[in-house]
Design a protein around this ligand. Structure first.
Ligand code: NAD
Length: 347
C-alpha cells in the first residue's frame, strides 16, 4: 500500500527558520532541553552504532562526515573546520545534517547545523561540567572569543549558574564582539590581555580557539588544583590547545575514545594513556569529579551522538511550528518499481 503523500515530504529547517525556532523556544531553554537530550542519549550509549568520523584533510582545513544510529533513527552531519575562513569573512565551522527512519531508510528531517552545532557543543560542554566541574563554580575563563564563545557562556550559566566571565582572544575585536552580544544577559565580564590573566581565580577554563597547529593556549603553570578544563578547540590531528604537561596532571574525560585518540588533546599522549569515557560517568558506572583538588579535563572533539541528539530535539520541537519548509526530496512514483515511467508521465 502506498504511504500518504505527506510521508514523502521531508521537513527542512533553514538557517532563517533555525534562528526563529531558537528565539521562539528561548536560547537558555533550548540549551537546557538540548543538554537533556544529549544526556539521555549518552546514558543509552550502548544502544548506538558508533564510528569515529570520516575526515578529509587538506592544508587549509578538514571536511567530516559524522554518522550515528540506534534501533529506530539514523543521523549524519556534514561539517567543516577551516580556521583561515574568518579572515575571508566566512565561518570556521559550517554544518548540515539529516535524520532518517531506520525502518524504511527514508529521511525524516534535513536541517542546517551551523547554529545547531554551536548549541549542541555548548550544551554538551555544560552537561559534562555538571559532573566534572567544582560544585560551586561561578567563574569561567573563555579563551577564543569567536563563533562558539557566547553559546558556551550561555550554556554554562543555564546549566551551572556560572555568571562571571574572564575573556581573552588574540584579536581584541573578538572579545569586544563577545562582550557586546552577552551584555544584555547580565554576566559580570572582564576583558583580559592574555590567557594567563584570563585564568586568574577561575574554576572553569574553556578553550575554544581555532588554529591549525599544535598551539599552546595554556601552559602547565596556568592551571591550578581543582580547576575544570573544557577544551573544545583541539579537534583535529595536528590541532591542539593545551601543553602536554597539563594532560599528565589531569583526569581526562572523552566522548568516544577511538576518535579522541586521533583528534583530541590526547593525541599528544601514548595510545594507552588512561582516559574515561563520559557516558559511563553519566550512567553512574564511573566517577566524575572525586575531590576538590583534582584537575578535570573534558577533551571535547564533538561526537556524532551529540548531533543525533540535536537533530532528534529539533525534529520534536519544530513539528508543531511553522519553522520548516517541505522538501520534495523523495521520488514518489505511483508504482514504486516504475521510477522510469514517472519521468515519462511528467512529460
Ligand atoms: P572562530 O574562528 O569563530 O573563533 C576562534 C577564535 O580563536 C578567534 O576569535 C581567534 O582570534 C581566536 N584565537 C586563535 N588563536 C588564539 C590564541 N592563540 N589565543 C587566543 N585566541 C585565539 O571559531 P569557532 O567557530 O568559535 O570555533 C572555535 C574552535 O572550536 C575551532 O577550533 C573549532 O574547530 C572548535 N569546535 C569544536 C567543537 C567540538 O565539538 N569540540 C565544535 C565546534 C567547534
Amino acid at each position: 500500500m502506498k504511504p500518504p503523500a505527506d510521508l514523502n515530504i521531508v521537513p527542512f529547517v533553514s538557517v532563517d527558520n533555525m534562528m526563529k525556532l531558537i528565539l521562539h523556544i528561548g536560547i537558555e531553554t533550548f540549551l537546557v532541553e538540548l543538554a537533556g537530550y544529549v544526556e539521555e542519549d549518552f546514558r543509552r550509549w550502548e544502544h548506538f552504532d558508533k564510528t569515529a568520523r570520516v575526515a578529509a584533510h587538506s592544508t587549509e582545513g578538514v571536511i567530516e562526515l559524522m554518522p550515528a544510529s540506534d534501533e529506530t533513527l539514523y543521523a549524519f552531519k556534514y561539517v567543516n573546520g577551516h580556521p583561515k575562513n574568518t579572515r575571508e569573512g566566512r565561518q570556521t565551522v559550517t554544518a548540515m545534517g539529516l535524520l532518517a527512519d531506520v525502518g524504511t531508510g527514508y529521511p525524516t528531517l534535513l536541517s542546517e547545523m551551523t547554529l545547531l552545532t554551536a548549541l549542541r557543543t555548548a550544551a554538551t560542554s555544560a552537561m559534562a561540567a555538571k559532573y566534572l566541574a567544582p560544585q560551586d563554580a561561578q567563574t569561567m575563563a573563555i579563551i577564543g572569543n569567536g563563533a562558539q564563545s557566547e553559546f558556551q557562556a550561555m550554556a554554562f550559566r543555564a546549566l551551572l549558574g556560572v555568571n562571571k566571565l574572564r575573556l581573552y582572544d588574540i584579536d581584541p575585536a573578538a572579545t569586544r564582539k563577545c562582550m557586546g552580544n552577552l551584555a544584555k544577559f547580565g554576566f559580570e565580564m572582564v576583558a583580559c590581555g592574555s590567557s594567563a590573566e584570563a585564568v586568574q581565580g577561575v574554576q572553569i577554563i574553556t578553550t575554544c580557539t581555532a588554529d591549525k597547529q599544535y598551539a599552546t593556549i595554556l601552559n602547565d603553570n596556568m592551571v591550578g588544583a581543582g580547576q575544570h578544563l573544557n577544551a573544545i578547540g583541539g579537534d583535529c590531528p595536528g590541532k591542539t590547545e593545551l601543553h602536554r604537561d597539563i594532560l599528565l596532571r589531569s583526569d581526562i574525560f572523552v566522548e568516544y575514545t577511538p576518535q579522541t585518540r586521533i583528534e583530541g588533546e590526547i593525541q599528544q599522549l601514548a595510545g594507552d594513556h588512561p582516559v574515561q569515557e563520559l557516558w559511563q560517568v553519566i550512567n553512574g558506572t564511573a566517577p566524575g569529579r572525586r575531590s576538590a583538588s583534582q584537575i578535570t579535563l573534558f577533551d571535547s572533539v564533538g561526537f556524532a551522538i551529540e548531533d543525533f541528539s540535536a537533530l532528534r530535539y529539533v525534529r520534536d520541537k519544530v513539528r508543531d511550528t511553522p519553522y520548516f519548509e517541505k522538501l520534495d526530496m523523495l521520488a514518489d512514483p505511483d508504482d514504486p518499481r516504475d521510477l522510469f515511467g514517472m519521468i515519462l508521465r511528467a512529460a
